[in-house]
Design a protein around this ligand. Structure first.
Ligand code: HEM
Length: 536
């Protein structure tokens, strides 16, 4: 970032000397003119150093393997903006021979270090975890939405927050939430069925029981209701109310747009604060949504406090609540969107999964519930869930910054270096998953006989190959919660609906425009032709 404080101090001093006539010279300039000239000159020198000299001639990282075809000033930026987030890194991880680290240049030749192999991932995520912090850009842009809760806290503050929260996310607690996940799955499926049947009744073939639904919106509303009840015992009623203001507020925040990308770029070059301050519509939308969400969360906390007879809350505060509401519903909803897409694309997988669900789980139409044991004994359901989360991990990419001069596998990494952790690349790395890494194949997670331990890691050579929830002290705390919720939702959808792609062209994945903010979603939504099936 532009060192404007230092530049301003130097310019002030210089302008004083020049304009006071203390330096022998021809006509002494005015103070303002001298200040401006010095500031601009320093800015230019800084630009040449940062954009050209340092990355090309002096950086200690310049010997690392890197992609070819850099533009002189913007490195790989054009490719990065043209392709979906994570896609260029997937290409590089599989085509550039490397030893766990690939360097590439981003906008204005800013250096990025892509972490590609188990040993380098282990060092960044586990052994030297606190050497690699969330970058200011990330902290500021997400922090202004969520506050500095566990997702953004660093060092001792993070350790403390995480320690306090961990018991609530232990499997022994999550296990008790299965009945809730199932009840909400039922509510979601019933509401979706209603919409489909209504549409079928108005169409040319009222008997078809078929209609087109946008699954991403349904998934967001269902997962928002689940997190509301699980986290606070409060039902937002988003399933029944499509115009629920809370889900609309989240939709506005997570909506990717051209203006959002421009602001991101300005944030990178100048400062995220400058980008957030600009009077543009995207900033206004975000601030409106944030104020609304904050007010809602305060209201919920106050209600909960009253319910607890005015005793101090120990387990939940407003930052945790805001963090969980955001981190815990858009992610699972993105996963469900891709799950519906992949099942629609691969009907034979869908049919096999439906058979297992209908055989092992009680009908979603009745009032029976399910337990963790019911779900765990369904190998194909678990295989499909794992494979969806591998193939289209909801968080395609996340960032870190070296907090100090450090090293990764002996390679010196200067303070401030941007580190790229890219589930969309690592999850499909051929070095770790084999030649079929880029094929959607739940079979890789199916045990090939008694005691087949290999299947638990999907046949990959290392646990680090599955990066969907990251690993180590900053991995997703809600992983067990999310997996259980995901399995229940997917079972209920596939048990009730036969899903086909509405837009057949989208069977070719490259035809889907993917918009990535924090999570990756189809930019125009995912429209599925769903048929309500009888008999379950
Ligand atoms: C499929 C669903 C989910 C996925 C793919 C996912 C993925 C992730 C990832 C990749 C991170 C690390 C982000 C980073 O450090 O850059 C993360 C962190 C986190 N997730 Fe999730 N998540 C999911 C669901 C959930 C749920 C349901 C909850 C809560 C109920 C949750 C709560 C959190 C929290 C609190 C953190 C911050 C942890 C820390 O920094 O210590 N997530 N998640």
């Amino acid at each position: 970032m532009l060192p404007y404080r230092l530049m301003s101090i130097v310019s002030l001093g210089g302008a004083y000397l020049l304009s006071s006539g203390r330096v022998p010279q021809w006509p002494a300039p005015g103070f303002l003119a001298a200040f401006t000239a010095l500031w601009v000159a320093q800015g230019l020198v800084w630009l040449v150093w940062v954009v050209v000299l340092y990355p090309k001639l002096f950086s200690p990282l310049r010997g690392l393997p890197e992609p070819t075809g850099n533009s002189f000033l913007m490195g790989q930026f054009k490719k990065i903006t043209r392709l979906p987030t994570g896609a260029p890194m997937l290409e590089w991880i599989n085509s550039i021979p490397n030893n766990g680290l690939i360097r590439y240049l981003g906008p204005f030749n800013q250096e990025r270090l892509l972490i590609t192999a188990p040993k380098t991932l282990a060092e960044v995520l586990v052994t030297k975890n606190y050497d690699f912090i969330k970058p200011d850009q990330f902290r500021f842009s997400i922090g202004r939405v969520l506050g500095i809760g566990v997702l953004l806290a660093e060092g001792d503050e993070h350790k403390m927050q995480r320690r306090n929260l961990l018991p609530a996310f232990a499997f022994r607690h999550v296990k008790d939430l299965y009945p809730l996940f199932w009840a909400k799955s039922r509510e979601g499926v019933e509401a979706m069925t209603e919409q489909i049947l209504k549409e079928a009744a108005q169409g040319p073939d009222p008997e078809s029981q078929t209609g087109v639904i946008e699954v991403g919106n349904w998934a967001s509303r269902i997962t928002l209701d689940i997190i509301g009840v699980a986290g606070l015992g409060c039902d937002f009623d988003a399933i029944r109310n499509p115009e629920n203001p809370l889900s609309e507020a989240y939709a506005r925040i997570f909506k990717p747009s051209r203006q959002a990308r421009m602001l991101q770029l300005i944030g990178l070059l100048l400062s995220p604060r400058v980008a957030a301050w600009l009077p543009v519509k995207r900033n206004e939308d975000i601030m409106d949504a944030v104020h609304f969400i904050r007010a809602e969360c305060s209201k919920l906390i106050n209600e909960k406090k009253t319910k607890l007879a005015n005793k101090e809350l120990t387990d939940v505060d407003i930052l945790s609540l805001m963090t969980f509401l955001a981190a815990g519903h858009e992610t699972t909803a993105s996963g469900m969107t891709w799950a519906a897409y992949l099942l629609a694309k691969y009907p034979e997988i869908q049919t096999r999964l439906r058979a297992e669900v209908r055989e092992h789980l009680p009908s979603i139409s009745g009032s029976s519930t399910v337990s963790s044991v019911d779900i765990d004994r369904m190998p194909y359901l678990n295989a499909v869930c794992n494979e969806v989360l591998r193939y289209y991990g909801p968080v395609p990419l996340t960032l870190r910054k070296a907090a100090c001069d450090t090293s990764i596998q002996g390679q010196f990494v200067p303070k401030g270096t941007q580190i790229m952790l890219v589930p969309w690349a690592v999850n499909k790395s051929e070095a770790m998953w084999g030649g079929d890494a880029q094929t959607f194949d739940p079979e890789r997670w199916m045990p090939k006989g008694d005691g087949d331990k290999h299947a638990a890691s999907g046949g990959a050579t290392s646990n680090y190959a599955f990066m969907t929830f990251l690993h180590g002290p900053r991995s997703c705390i809600g992983q067990s919660f999310a997996k259980a919720e995901f399995a229940c939702l997917l079972a209920s959808w596939v048990g009730r609906f036969e899903m086909e792609l509405h837009n057949k062209e989208e069977a070719d994945e490259s035809k889907i425009e993917i918009k990535s903010g924090v999570t990756a979603r189809p930019g125009k939504g995912m429209h599925i032709r769903a048929k309500v099936l009888e008999g379950w």
